[in-house]
Design a binder for this molecule. Structure first.
Ligand code: FMN
Length: 239
């Protein structure tokens, strides 16, 4: 699959069929994803892939907590700053409006929102789940490395005809995930991921993106960026 097509066809899919994802495909994807870059090639990702009985057991345990209204475990990192400033606040609000609005759920209807969010802990029906941990001693650049790795996984899944949804939501019930996976204490759960074939009978609107000039600046004219009257050194060197 062409890289542009893989990038544009990747979406957070939140409805999967129960068609299994083979171990062979997952090994191919994760072997290729291992070539994702990382600072000094330290490869800070620790990955667990769940299918079959362990996945069912995790969903059962998490489902019990959700049904009991359990608010989740104490956080090891904040998902967002407490006051999300502009323009991120507006973008987040637009996402919520689109996602819940399409389902006819208002901003005030927190109960309905919770019900929809609960599908996270059922892996949206996906037959495979992935968890990515990072060593708690590592810093921000290594967390970014993990993001690069996970995007590589998601693009490779597209090349296999599979879809995914990255789910930071799993960190809410990280202790339940740990009961099933038994990760070493030095690891922090960054995110889960649902993996499978899309249930095309359940379609969600695609998210949009900010216009390019809101997030990207092309800096190709040094003269234009200097205070008036100030010549760049390279110009005087060559005239
Ligand atoms: C780090 C990260 C965590 C996410 N966590 C969740 C999650 O817990 N549940 C969920 O439904 N979507 C989650 N998403 C999906 C985002 O909402 C989605 O990527 C975003 O709205 C853009 O839409 P798109 O992926 O369909 O292009 C997550 C995405 C990222 C990158």
């Amino acid at each position: 699959m062409d890289v542009y097509k893989a990038v544009r066809s990747r979406r957070a899919v939140r409805a999967f069929t129960d068609e299994p994802v083979s171990r062979e495909v997952m090994e191919r994807v994760l072997s290729a994803a291992a070539w994702a870059p990382s600072g000094s090639n330290i490869q800070p990702w620790h990955v667990y892939v769940l299918t079959g009985g362990p996945l069912v057991e995790l969903k059962r345990r998490a489902g019990e907590r959700v049904a009991a209204g359990d608010p989740g475990d104490e956080r090891e990192y904040e998902m967002y700053p407490p006051a999300l400033k502009s323009p991120y606040h507006e973008r987040r609000a637009a996402f919520g409006k689109q996602r819940y609005g399409a389902l006819g759920i208002s901003r005030e209807d927190q109960e309905a929102r919770r019900r929809i969010a609960a599908a996270n802990w059922n892996f949206f029906g996906a037959p495979a789940g992935l968890f990515c941990y990072i060593d708690r001693d590592l810093g921000l650049p290594q967390w970014a490395d993990v993001g690069e790795y996970l995007q590589t996984v998601m693009l490779l899944l597209r090349a296999e005809g599979l879809h995914s949804c990255l789910q930071i939501g799993w960190s809410v019930y990280r202790r339940t995930v740990a009961e099933v996976l038994s990760p070493p204490d030095e690891l922090i759960l960054y995110s889960g991921m649902s993996i499978g074939f899309e249930d095309v009978s359940v379609r969600e609107d695609h998210t949009g993106r900010a216009p390019l000039d809101e997030t990207v600046m092309f800096v190709d004219s040094l003269v234009a960026r200097l205070p008036e009257g100030e010549n760049p050194k390279w110009q005087s060197d060559h005239t």
